[in-house]
Design a protein around this ligand. Structure first.
Ligand code: NAP
Length: 362
């Protein structure tokens, strides 16, 4: 297969750098275009990220010499890219929405990490293991805007990646969950670069991340919802209460999760076997970035741990442990996902692979 030409918007940031790293030897995608703010535009990628390259491997030689463009220069991108990953950050979310729409209007599929379009009525918020059927809304989206080739697909917030797939696996196995109580312990890379000031973070835990609890409580309801009359209808059978904290860990969002089932309550052994056996469309389609087992259950009492488990299966698997009875809910457990891989660039790449395999990106 001839590789598709890919652009990364926000390529100099924390998520953008992960895209550059993870796409280095991708079998289907070739990074030919990188863009960021006006501050970085006009120099090579290597010069733009000098002193702030955060990845554990060197900058891929090919991308190192590509000239960084301004995210605003949409015409230029449209001449070079088959589609773009969007990972740029502007505080005005309406502006992000507007820019992503302009890319789509010029014929480019946009696979986004930004929150700006997550609640747009005709934009799917995709986790390929859970709601690939939500891609059916794309034809409506294109019709609503009069777009021909372009469209927008988003991925959800990084905070919920660790527990939403395990909850979905239980729902799908016939044990719907009704109430979820979560506390997240989120890594500093989730705040981008340079992120949280070191004096706030070292020797400390910050018990507040602006906007994060709302996203953690609301986004799963769209992901687990359905399309009715060309619009998303939230799943109102589930209620979630979240506390989100920032901890001095570089990568890997941990969450403690308490769950109450709607009616039927499985045994502990049943839950573990449902998680271990869970596979879905990305595994069936053998997408290059799909983890072999999307959910890994660890028996050890002291797992999962960010440092030891975040890279499981290329950083794309969710790792769970400590499933036990809860005196208030039915069960409690600890879950972990790599926030900048599964929760950001890796998740975006998996979305794009699904879009290619399903014929949406050509
Ligand atoms: P970041 O490290 O702060 O990077 C921000 C990127 O946006 C940089 O490339 C920056 O370019 C660019 N940018 C800044 N101002 C801009 C402007 N006015 N016009 C165009 N580009 C501009 O942030 P990040 O953590 O990578 O996050 C990027 C996006 O992914 C955000 O929407 C975030 O919410 C989302 N996300 C992040 C994570 C995570 O774990 N970090 C997870 C899920 C989703 P310059 O270098 O030129 O300033």
């Amino acid at each position: 297969m001839k590789k598709l030409k890919v652009g990364i918007l926000g390529a100099t940031g924390m998520v953008g750098q992960n895209y550059v790293r993870l796409l280095e030897n991708h079998p289907w995608f070739d990074v030919v275009y990188v863009a960021a703010s006006a501050n970085s535009a006009g120099v090579t990628y290597g010069e733009a990220v000098k002193g702030r390259w955060q990845m554990p491997t060197p900058i891929p030689a090919k991308v190192n010499n590509i000239k960084v463009e301004n995210v605003d220069d949409i015409e230029k991108a449209s001449k070079k890219c088959d589609f773009v990953f969007s990972a740029f950050e502007i505080s005005d979310k309406n502006l992000v929405k507007e820019i992503e729409e302009k890319y789509a209007a010029l014929g480019m599929p946009v696979v986004s990490n930004a929150s700006a379009n997550r609640w747009t009525d005709d934009v799917p918020m995709l986790i390929p293991e859970i709601n690939s059927d939500h891609l059916n809304i794309i034809s409506t989206q294109k019709m609503n805007h009069g777009w021909n080739k372009g469209f927008i697909v988003v991925k959800p917030n990084c905070s919920l990646q660790s527990y939403i797939t395990p909850i979905y696996a239980l729902n799908k196995a016939g044990f719907p969950v009704k109430k979820i109580m979560i506390t997240t312990l989120q890594a500093v890379s989730g705040a981008g670069y340079p992120g949280v000031p070191s004096l706030d973070m070292i020797d400390n835990v910050v018990p507040f991340i602006g906007g994060e609890e709302e996203k953690t409580e609301e986004e799963p309801l769209k992901i687990l919802g359905e399309i009715k009359n060309d619009k998303f209808v939230k799943n109102n059978d589930i209620s979630i209460s979240a506390t989100c904290t920032r901890v001095p860990v570089i990568d890997g969002h941990l969450a403690t999760v308490n769950i109450l089932f709607k009616d039927k309550k499985p045994t502990k052994e049943q839950i573990i076997s449902i998680w271990r056996e869970f596979k879905s469309i990305p595994q069936d389609l053998k997408l290059p970035f799909a983890p072999i087992n999307p959910i890994i259950y660890k028996e050890e009492d002291n797992r999962p741990q960010p440092r030891k488990d975040r890279d499981n299966d290329k950083g794309m698997a969710v790792t769970i442990g400590r499933l036990r009875d809860c005196k208030i809910f039915d069960f409690k457990f600890v879950a972990l996902s790599h926030n900048t891989v599964r929760g950001a660039a890796g998740g975006g790449i998996l979305n794009a692979e699904l879009l290619v395999k399903k014929g949406y990106i050509k």
